[in-house]
Design a protein around this ligand. Structure first.
Ligand SMILES: Nc1ncnc2c1ncn2[C@@H]1O[C@H](COP(=O)(O)OP(=O)(O)OP(=O)(O)O)[C@@H](O)[C@H]1O
Ligand SMILES: [Mg+2]
Length: 372
């Protein structure tokens, strides 16, 4: 097809393409009533002139944590002008100065100088402003795991929360958002009792919940009848398997684009298949990129042919190639399973390695396409 035709073809299936953007804030936000209630309960004391409850917000990827925080902040800021809600994306702001600059911007209304102010001074300006304007402050640290190795999180929390002691009229609270349980304990070790948070859990979505959320995107993003219930079922299935709601939202967008560039007015089976194939190869490439040379060696051995392997035989080959011991082999297998590159099945027969079978979750062809 001519490039111009692809780019500028008149027909579109999309009523609103933004609906499929990853930072789109959905107007319908279902299945998270308990969590939104938990957040509201944590914030509410501010309105009764008392301290907010600090909270840890915990859940796997794409379970709606960021969305919940943004929604609740929107509600609070829309109704109260004496509460400042400061959302910090810790992937972007991961230095002490960067974090306090962001808080400064939200509280004072302008950015502080890029450098030149000491942290103590920055803190003082923020605290004085809160006091002068009788403002309360809630700071949400999203994806705080990105901070834990970089800065002294305890110092940040301590600084923010000691405002409560220093000024009667000013109330401050901290939310920490985490997607990895491992960091829950790390956070506990890093941060002492000033924080003592409540926990708000975001469990994974069920199949039906994923279907409903995706259906909602379909209704607001596509024109009517662009995708059938059966195809939406296929996409839901794939999303549920992947454990990541973003996969489904992205598949809808990609399948819609493929249908459109093929001049089709509907999304058809082959468009979904192509979108899924693209998604698999993208994810696979990302996972493979993160592997060490020994881990890659094991994947290469597993991907030699399309058959179920016995762990013992696999270890013998691995050991011949790398000289590495059984213990190391096992820990690599665990990692590959964690990355969802392989499944390990226990047959219950045989001893040690003999009782386990290794199954590649991708086709050998998919893996080979990544040029190992
Ligand atoms: N209940 C829901 N209803 C509608 N859309 C949702 C819902 N939950 C999540 N989403 C959508 O799924 C995507 C991921 O959600 P979000 O960014 O809030 O997840 P998260 O828990 O912060 O993930 P991560 O841990 O990866 O940061 C977003 O596009 C969001 O709009
Ligand atoms: Mg998030």
């Amino acid at each position: 097809m001519e490039i111009e035709n692809i780019l500028f073809a008149g027909e579109t299936l999309f009523k609103n393409l933004n609906v499929f953007d990853l930072d789109y804030l959905p107007s319908n936000y279902n299945f998270r009533e308990d969590q939104m209630e938990g957040l509201a309960i944590a914030i509410r004391p501010i309105f009764k002139n008392s301290r907010p409850i600090n909270a840890v917000i915990l859940g796997q990827c794409a379970t709606g944590k960021t969305t919940a925080i943004k929604k609740i902040f929107e509600i609070v800021e829309g109704n109260k002008d004496d509460v400042v809600c400061c959302y910090i994306n810790c992937q972007l702001h991961n230095t002490l100065y960067g974090i306090f600059s962001k808080i400064h911007k939200e509280v004072v209304g302008i950015e502080p100088p890029v450098s030149g102010l000491s942290l103590t001074k920055l803190y003082q300006i923020i605290a004085e402003q809160l006091k002068k304007k009788k403002l309360s402050l809630i700071v949400a640290f999203d994806d705080i795991n990105y901070l834990l190795n970089e800065v002294d999180v305890n110092k940040i929390f301590y600084d923010l929360l000691r405002v409560n002691e220093e000024y009667d009229d000013v109330k401050t609270g901290v939310f920490a958002i985490l997607s990895d349980i491992e960091f829950r304990f790390k956070l506990e070790k890093n941060v002492d009792t000033v924080f003592s948070p409540h926990e708000i859990l975001f469990p994974p979505y069920s199949y039906n919940e994923i279907y409903d959320i995706l259906l909602d995107r379909v209704n607001s993003g596509f024109y009517t009848n662009v995708i059938s219930d059966e195809l939406l079922d296929d996409i839901t299935n794939h999303t549920y398997e992947s454990g990541d709601l973003r996969v489904g939202i992205n598949l809808l967008k990609v399948a819609g684009n493929i249908a459109e560039s093929n001049g089709s007015r509907y999304i058809e089976d082959e468009h979904v298949d192509e979108a899924i194939a693209k998604n698999i190869s993208f994810n696979l490439k990302q996972s493979l990129k993160s592997l060490s040379e020994d881990e890659m060696e094991l994947i290469r051995l597993i991907a030699r042919e399309d058959k179920v392997l016995n762990a013992k035989n696999l270890f013998d080959d691995f050991n011949k190639k790398t000289g590495l011991k059984y213990h190391k082999f096992n820990s690599i297998l665990d990692k590959l399973e964690f990355l969802r590159l392989i499944d390990i099945k226990f047959t219950g027969k045989g001893t040690r390695g003999n009782s386990r079978q290794i199954i590649l979750r991708f086709s050998v062809e998919d893996i080979n396409k990544c040029h190992l």
